[in-house]
Design a protein around this ligand. Sequence first.
Ligand code: GDP
Ligand code: CA
Length: 316
Amino acid sequence: MIIALAGGVGGARMAMGLAAVLPPSKLTVIVNTGDDFEHLGFSISPDLDTVMYTLAGVNNPATGWGRVHETWNFMQELAGLGGDDWFRLGDRDLAVHVLRTMALNNGVALSDITMTLARRMGIRHRLLPMSDTPVRTRVVTSRGELAFQDYFVRLRCKPRVQGFRFAGSRRARLPAALQSIIHSGKVSAVIICPSNPYVSIDPIFSVPVIRAWIKHRNFPVVAVSPIVGGAALKGPAAKMMSEMKCEVSPLGVARHYGARVDGWIIDRQDAKLSPHLEREGKSVVVTDTIMSTRAKSANLARCTVSFARLLAADRA
Ligand code: GDP
Ligand code: CA
């Protein structure tokens, strides 16, 4: 069993590749829920939805969030009636928020409604939230501490970041399915998708059971760098890294994760960094990491899985 840790768009692209090369029984994707929030009465899980829509083939590749062939009648009417329209919710997208919210209000676990929705969308691989109870990313900025979506969507990531906090992580309740994976001893590798280190992957590590499981692992952890050629392909990862005084390169990301990662996959554009990573004790593979097509996602996934198997064999 391979476990992938994922945020939104980078996580979803990698998850799509992994799902193309691994059977459903061999892959579970654990998704960040630090971006989740309550809005207009709905429980919204942006990263879970991005991964779910991408695996189902109904995502909007232009925006990186939401659904393709979307319409916006609800949003228009809402704005016309004076409702909050800073967070865009499409008509098709709404169906998921309504069903998730109803389920949570009826006491169904987030992981259960996630698995139900994913199955109904035709997804055969297992998709799980990192926690069944709320964990909320808080961004400490030059304008004070902000809720994640306030920082990310409403303020368009403009305030300078000074730190992050994951409210609720200490008492996070692990999904039962994740608990049994951890206790099964059947995990052969963990793959960290090329997602934002601060606001997609760190929230997952902030869950104590997950952090301890990785710390005391008997399997390799392989990560794909979200930074390529000194920049992020999408989103505020590079801006956050420089504001956090972290070098904007795969080396900076590697130092951020430290001992939690054994092997790094970096892009050809960053090939010259490979000896530096090796000097820090990491195994390195250099390849194309820009997943602009399904085929490229699958190629990167194949390469990542072989690398992980090689490292696992080295440990044995
Ligand atoms: P978000 O939750 O939607 O912001 O998405 P993630 O945290 O999962 O992903 C954001 C990160 O993914 C950014 O730092 C991007 O640079 C990275 N990313 C997106 N697509 C790709 C890709 O095709 N290859 C690589 N290497 N990184 C990517
Ligand atoms: Ca996200």
